[in-house]
Design a protein. Structure first.
Length: 605
């Protein structure tokens, strides 16, 4: 199957098994609350449990931290007989077993971490045919090797007391997966020897070929049900704001004060120094914040993490070294002070917000300067090949496009990046673009784009100095500022041809040309009193193809200034009237502060 087929199967399964009207509904709700202390099920958990209770094999895809364990734990306790859980790692088994033991669930362990006596006791309990043990954890190696286990399970099954087999990390059964384990192949004995026993296979990662392998190698029955926890996180609000070097921390302070006073959050910074800087500035604005990065020694890092986890400090300013394996459910906001380096990074890092299912806000500050800064670090990295460098830059380009996009639904854009579909109508104004009342027009700017490329080409040929993107845009706009005149730009062909256009839009055209490889950037050190490194532009590898019309028209969305001015008025009157009258959507949603005209400034920053 393709991603789409799997998505369709998952949609069907979800529809079929959602709902609270099954004969076991009361029972699973009670177990969820009384044994595990959860008031609710998370996305997909109830569906998986329902299908399992009804006796269907299942293949369950949920991202890490999505709550896979609860699916089989609740089902195991709600079903009458024994559940066998196969897990690849002794450490995971020990963890799970002791957690369940602490909740007074009768568990047995048939793996290296249990003593001989314990194992013997568990085996003879199962062999009794009506075991006291509810859940037995074991490894694929044990299943392959132990005839005693197979015999015991057969006796248990003969008495009708073997209910469920759980295969955790089931992608290990596929040679296409990233950690194939040959012992997983022997797990087909369950469906072969006990076809009546339900199988639940769980993993966080299964591309379509891996999914096919799992179904085939485990021998799941033809009416198996497929579940995917949606990659859409409906409780997260996504927003991109322009980053201006001076005002951004102030903006973050205002953001936290007005929306998330005393709430837990993460601010991601790009470098160690940036994290320390931002944390210090937040502290100075009386927002207790600590920095966290790989440069701290392990005990200091642990200390910062503990303080944040137990709520003594609300805000952590961290590099991406922070977050892996950290499971704090009540993170209310994730801010990227500097844009993430890939869409995957964006999704992962923003995804740490709102694990408890309550509303949370994900905010990215974008500036074109940051893109250049990250790229120059990639260039300077001596440990990566040029192929890797090219790869990393193309990942950044995706993020830049995402940030520059002021029109399309952010959920749609994110999910499209992962090959998934999402109907923007379902966003219901939970991203800045969907919530914006700005009116955009798709405009064919091919003519201006060609003019700009010609301008850059001529400048490179005729002037004896490199030109910057800002200079080119200003020159096209018709500026006659002294530096431009001195540099000779105002004398070039096409100078001033863009007079009357919106300046932000000229900047955006130039940026799109760079992203498309029609123009390219290069850095050069600048001598003299303002020493440093500047970024200049020149015709890129696709310049000639573009000028010759081989690359298709260039269409960008531009804000209609007149309409956005009136929409601002509309917004204002809407918010004043909403004070008296509840709006249909009275869920308290954070609303974006950036207005359409500020959006356009993103590109100019
Ligand atoms: P996975 O195996 O999918 O990576 P886990 O099963 O380890 O994830 O669950 C991750 C966390 O989510 C655990 O701390 C668990 O207690 C919590 N959790 C799971 N289901 C729920 C729920 N319905 N309500 C609240 N917390 C939950
Ligand atoms: Mg797990
Ligand atoms: Zn949206």
């Amino acid at each position: 199957p393709s991603h789409e087929d799997l998505d369709r199967l998952a949609a069907e399964s979800r529809k079929r098994w959602a709902g609270n009207a099954f004969e076991w509904t009361k029972r699973i709700d009670e177990i969820n609350y009384n044994v595990f202390g959860h008031r609710k099920f998370r996305d997909t958990q109830r569906e998986v449990i329902n299908a399992t209770m009804a006796g269907h094999d299942t293949l369950v895809l949920m991202p890490t931290g999505g709550g896979k364990s609860l699916c089989y734990q609740v089902a195991a306790l709600a079903l009458p007989g024994l559940t066998v859980v196969i897990s690849p790692l002794i450490a995971l088994i020990a963890d799970q077993a002791s957690a369940l033991d602490g909740r007074n669930v009768r568990v047995g362990v048939l793996a290296g971490c249990a003593s001989d006596d314990q194992r013997r006791a568990t085996l003879s309990d199962i062999a009794s045919g009506s075991p006291q043990t509810k859940i037995v954890f074991t490894t694929p190696e044990m299943v392959t090797a132990s005839d005693a286990l197979k015999g015991a399970l057969a006796r248990c099954n003969d008495r009708g007391n073997f209910s469920l087999v759980v295969v955790d990390e089931c992608h290990c059964v596929s040679q296409w997966g990233h950690d194939f384990r040959s012992d997983y192949l022997s797990l087909n004995i369950f469906k072969n020897s006990f076809p009546n026993v339900t199988v639940m296979a769980l993993t966080a990662t299964a591309t379509p070929p891996v999914a096919i392998d799992i179904i085939k190698n485990l021998g799941l029955s033809a009416n198996y049900q497929h579940f995917t926890q949606s990659m859409n996180r409906p409780n997260l609000f996504y927003e991109v704001r322009p980053k201006t070097s001076k005002a951004t921390v102030k903006d973050i302070v205002a953001f936290i004060r007005t929306k998330f006073h005393n709430k837990a959050g993460i601010v991601y910074g790009f470098s160690r120094r940036e994290c320390e800087d931002v944390a210090r500035q937040l502290y100075a604005a009386r927002i207790p914040a600590l920095h966290y990065h790989a440069g701290l020694d392990p005990s200091a890092r642990q200390n910062v993490q503990n303080k944040w986890m137990d709520g003594r400090v609300k805000v952590i300013v961290a590099t991406i070294a922070f977050g892996m394996g950290i499971n704090k459910p009540d993170v209310r906001f994730v801010v990227h002070y500097t844009m993430p380096k890939s869409m995957e990074g964006l999704f992962q890092e923003a995804g740490r917000a709102g694990r408890d299912g309550l509303d949370a806000h994900c905010l990215v500050y974008f500036s074109y300067k940051d893109k250049t800064r990250i790229e120059s670090l990639i260039d300077r990295n001596t440990e990566t090949s040029w192929v890797q460098k090219r790869e990393e830059k193309s990942k950044i380009a995706h993020v830049v496009r995402y940030c520059l996009n002021k029109v399309d639904c952010r959920r749609f854009l994110q999910l499209a990046h992962f090959g998934r579909t999402f109907d923007p109508a379902k966003c219901a104004s939970t991203c800045d673009n969907c919530a914006s009342s700005a009116i955009f027009a798709k405009v064919d700017v091919t003519k201006h784009a060609r003019n700009l490329v010609t301008l850059v080409k001529t400048a490179c040929k005729e002037l004896h100095r490199p030109v910057t993107a800002t200079q080119v845009a200003a020159c096209y706009y018709g500026s006659s500022s002294k530096p431009l005149v001195t540099a000779g730009l105002t004398r070039l062909a096409q100078a001033g041809a863009g007079r009357g256009l919106d300046r932000d839009n000229i900047n955006r055209i130039v940026q799109h040309l760079i992203l498309d490889g029609v123009l390219s950037e290069f850095s050069k050190s600048r001598p003299g009193p303002h020493r440093g490194v500047s970024t200049y532009i020149q015709p890129g590898s696709k310049a000639n193809a573009f000028l010759d019309g081989h690359t298709g028209p260039m269409i960008i969305a531009v804000a209609d200034k007149a309409s956005s001015a009136s929409s601002r008025k509309r917004q204002r009157s809407a918010s004043s009237s909403s004070r008296n009258r509840p709006t249909p959507n009275s869920r308290t949603r954070p609303t974006p502060q950036a207005l359409p005209t500020d959006h356009a400034a993103v590109a100019a920053a």
